[in-house]
Design a protein. Structure first.
Length: 375
């Protein structure tokens, strides 16, 4: 189901109906005004859709029949379907979820002791072309609608319930395919639903948005949201970050860091989570660790070191474990809380975008085969 924005600003499907699954409290308030319904119906609808996960309007028994008929006329509900469903030996589960026109996005569930984290995509592909990212090599196709973003949470929750092992989603990270702040309006609507007590009811500390640093959008984010913020840093200076994260040429560190401090000052959070992928011989030296500590010395921070997950065609290699450990020790000695992300799901194409890339390649190969047969 592809959503488009109508003249009234509401997301609509190709049939012209409202994509109701992606409407947050403000979106539903607007719809209720159009339908001449009482505002309290919005809370009821969010509970039916996101807490009880009931998608049949006739089953929403505390809604007036006339209101239900209006909803049938103007709205649709749909959850993505899986093309691939793979589980790693370590318990990580990865879905490739189908969208319209043959497009697909990845959603990953990562089980850990005491919690289960769902990694959600915000775009089909990505336009930022970070050197270490498989998704960026596929180019950008389009933004996901709010319904397609929150639909990933719906799908994963139901799939985990169906497996019957007691696993559930406790945390959501916007760290899948795409740059969340480049799809600002839809990401905000979806994350609003995640923390809404009448919808998913997750703590703001358990919903994290990861960005490479679109500075104007970071300032806007502080005005409309208070979820946790993670920033893909990956280098301690502009020269190296220009190479690894090209958007740094537009929004250099001297602009990015004040925007992050502004977010801390205008939300209830006490630190920024910095993501730093470890690339062998590129950004992992002792000197670079000390430079990183100096860069962040005035910002309350937690640093997450990420072992690089190689993908076909990349020129980078993963830093050795001993090098990552040494880098971490330098940061810890400088007073930073520093963690090293466990490598998860390598046997199911753990790098973001790898599974989509495989499907695209297979489809292209099939098209070439058909063309050859018809030649």
């Amino acid at each position: 189901m592809t959503s488009t924005a109508a003249a009234d600003g509401q997301p609509r499907t190709e049939s012209g109906r409202l994509n109701l699954l992606g409407l947050d409290a403000a979106g539903l308030d607007g719809l209720l005004r159009e339908l001449d319904e009482k505002p309290f119906r919005g809370k009821q609808l969010r509970q039916w859709l996101h807490q009880r996960r009931v998608f049949d309007f006739d089953a929403m028994t505390d809604l007036a029949k006339g209101f239900r008929r209006k909803l049938v006329d103007v709205a649709e509900l749909q959850v993505p379907r899986a093309i691939f469903d793979r589980e790693s030996e370590d318990g990580t589960r990865k879905w490739l979820l189908a969208l319209e026109s043959g497009q697909a996005v990845e959603t990953v569930y990562i089980p850990e002791r005491g919690r289960g984290t769902l990694c959600v995509s915000s775009q089909v592909g990505c336009a930022l072309d970070c050197g270490f990212c498989s998704t960026g090599k596929q180019g950008f196709n389009r933004n996901l609608s709010a319904a397609e973003i929150i639909g990933q949470l719906h799908y994963a929750t139901q799939a985990l319930e169906d497996e019957g092992r007691g696993r559930r989603v406790t945390n959501v990270v916007m760290m899948g395919m795409g740059e969340p702040l480049a799809n600002f309006r839809n990401v905000i609507a979806a994350t609003n639903l995640m923390v809404d007590p009448y919808a998913w009811g997750l703590s703001r500390r358990r919903v994290t948005l990861s960005t490479v640093g679109l500075v104007p959008a970071l300032y806007r984010l502080a005005d409309v949201s208070n979820i946790s913020l993670a920033v893909s840093l990956h280098a301690p200076n502009d020269a190296l970050r220009d190479e690894i994260v090209p958007i740094n040429r537009k929004y250099p560190l001297r602009e990015l860091l004040p925007a992050c401090e502004h977010y801390l000052g205008n939300t209830p959070h006490h630190c920024i989570y910095w993501e730093y992928v470890m690339l062998d011989g590129v950004n992992d030296s002792d000197a670079q660790a000390r430079e990183l500590a100096r860069l962040l010395r005035h910002i309350p921070s937690k640093i997450n070191l990420i072992p690089f997950n190689p993908f076909p065609g990349t020129r980078y290699e993963a830093s050795p474990r001993a090098r990552i450990q040494r880098f971490s020790e330098i940061l810890q000695n400088a007073g930073f809380i520093t963690t090293t992300r466990r490598t998860r799901g390598q046997d199911i194409d753990g790098a973001c975008g790898q599974l989509v890339g495989q499907v695209i390649n297979r489809r292209n190969q099939g098209k070439r085969g058909s063309a050859s047969a018809n030649a």
